[in-house]
Design a protein around this ligand. Structure first.
Ligand SMILES: [Zn+2]
Length: 87
């Protein structure tokens, strides 16, 4: 009989320990969904025609180490021309 009670106590302690660990692990696991997922619908601005459009539709160009986005090759050409003019 004593063995049975001891076994029950042990099982209870193990159960408590497991639930404690699960509670302990929860804040760590809930921390990762808080980081914002990378949105594919990220909006960027075309500095030439001052319009916003999705980044996946943008033409990307590195100008003077700065990342620029353009809605069309026309806008990219205009921006590059203005860069050359200012020099
Ligand atoms: Zn444009």
């Amino acid at each position: 009989m004593m063995r049975f009670i001891f076994f029950c106590l042990l099982a209870y302690l193990v159960y408590r320990l497991i639930s404690f660990w699960q509670r302990l692990g929860r804040p760590a696991s809930s921390g990762s969904p808080q980081t914002p997922p990378v949105r594919s619908g990220n909006m960027v601005k075309d500095e030439v025609c001052q319009t916003y459009f999705p980044q996946e539709n943008a033409l990307r160009e590195i100008i003077d180490g700065e990342e620029r986005f353009f809605c069309s090759p026309e806008c990219r050409r205009k921006c590059l021309e203005e860069r050359n003019k200012s020099r």
